[in-house]
Design a protein around this ligand. Sequence first.
Ligand SMILES: Nc1nc2c(ncn2[C@@H]2O[C@H](COP(=O)(O)OP(=O)(O)OP(=O)(O)O)[C@@H](O)[C@H]2O)c(=O)[nH]1
Length: 405
Amino acid sequence: MTTAPARALRHRLLLAFGLIVATCAAAITYYAVHARQHVGADYTAMVADVVRSQSDPQELRTALMRLDDGHPDHRAHQEELGELLPRIPRRIENLRVQVLRSDLPRQDYAPLIDELDLVQERIATLQARFDRAQRDGLDGEEIEALRTLGLEVEAGLAWSYSELSLLVQNASAGQRHLMEWLTAAVFGLLVMVVAAVGAVMLMMLRLQRQRDELRHLSQTDMLTGLFNRRRLQEVAEQEFTRRQRHPSPLSLMLLDLDHFKHINDAFGHPVGDEVLSSFAEILRHQVRRLDTVARMGGEEFAVLLPDTDGQDARQLAERVREATRAMPLPTEAGDYRLTVSIGVTEARQGDSFEHLYTRADRRLYAAKEAGRDRVVSGDALPEVANTGTPLDDDELDALQQDTAR
Ligand SMILES: Nc1nc2c(ncn2[C@@H]2O[C@H](COP(=O)(O)OP(=O)(O)OP(=O)(O)O)[C@@H](O)[C@H]2O)c(=O)[nH]1
C-alpha cells in the first residue's frame, strides 16, 4: 500500500518532471521554428562587403563631376571612370548572391533586389554610352548626358546599399538577441535540471529516512527500546542459517519477572513500566554487542547469544538474576525486591529456532515452578524446591506435565 507522503512525493516528482519536459519542448519548438536559421547565418562577411561597396556611389559621383573636356587631366579622369564602372556591377552581383543565399526574410529584401536590378540596367547603359563616347570623343554635351545617367545610378545605388546595410545590421542584432535568449534558456534549463535532481535526491533521502524509521518502529518495543519478538525471530533465523555454514554454539535465554502483577497492583502501572525499563537496562548492560535482547511481551524477555555455549549462557543468566535482585526500584516500591526466573538452553544438532525457543520456555516454566528467582538450564540443573535433586531435560518435561495436570 502506498503511504500519503509517498503519494505526495510521487506527485511532486511528476510535476517537476512535467515542468522540465514542457520547458524543453517549448525551447526546442521555438528553436526549430525561429532560431535555427538565424543561429546558422553568418552576417559578418556581408556586413564587410556592404561597407566596402558603400563608397561606390560617392566615387561615381566624384568621377562624373571631374569629367571636363577642357581640363588638362581629362584623359586621366576618363580612365578613373573607366576603372570604376565595371567594378560596380561586380560588387552588386556579389551582394545579390549573398542576399539570395542568406536566411533574411524574402519580403524584406525583395524591393532591394528589384532596385539593384534597375541599377544594373542603368549601369550597363552608362557603360555602353561611356564606351561609345570614348570612341567617338567625350564632349561637353556627352559629359552632361553621362552625368544625368550616372547620378540616377548613384541615387539608386546609395539607397540600395543603405537599405541593405540596415537589413543586415538588424538581422545581425536579431541574431545576437536570439543567442542571448538561447543562452539564458539553456542556463534556465540547467538550473531547473539541477534543482529537480536536488529535489529528487532530497525526497529520496527523506523517503529513505521514513523507511528507516518505519523499519525501526516495526522492530522495536516502544516501552523499553529493546527489539521486539518479530526482530528476535528474524535475527535468530539469520543466525541458524549462518550456523549451517559456520557451525558455532548458540544459546537462548528466556526471562520472566516474578510476580510482576504485584508491582502493578501495589504501586501502579507507571511504576510497573519504570521497572520494565530498568530491567531492560540491566539486560543491555550485561550482554555483548552481538547478543540480541528482545522484549517478547508483558514482563517476558529473551536474549539470543551467538557463539555462546550453555555453560556461558547460564553464567550470564546468573549474573542477570543477581543484578535483578540488586536492582534499585522506584521509591514508590519501597524496599520490595524484584526477582526474575530464567530458562536457558543451547542449540543442539538439527534444532530449529522453534525447538530452541520451546526448550528455553519449558525451562523457564520449570524455574517458575521450582520457586522462581532461579536459572534452569540443561547443563547445570537446578534443585527443585527443597528436594535437593537436580533436574535433567526429561525430568523437566515430566515436571511440566505434572504441573499441567
Ligand atoms: N506496567 C506494565 N505492566 C504490564 C505490561 N505488560 C504486561 N504487564 C502486566 O504484567 C503482569 C503479568 O502478570 P502475570 O502474567 O500474572 O505474571 P506475574 O505476576 O509476573 O507472575 P509470574 O510470572 O507467575 O511470576 C500483568 O499484570 C500485566 O498487566 C506493561 O507493558 N507495563
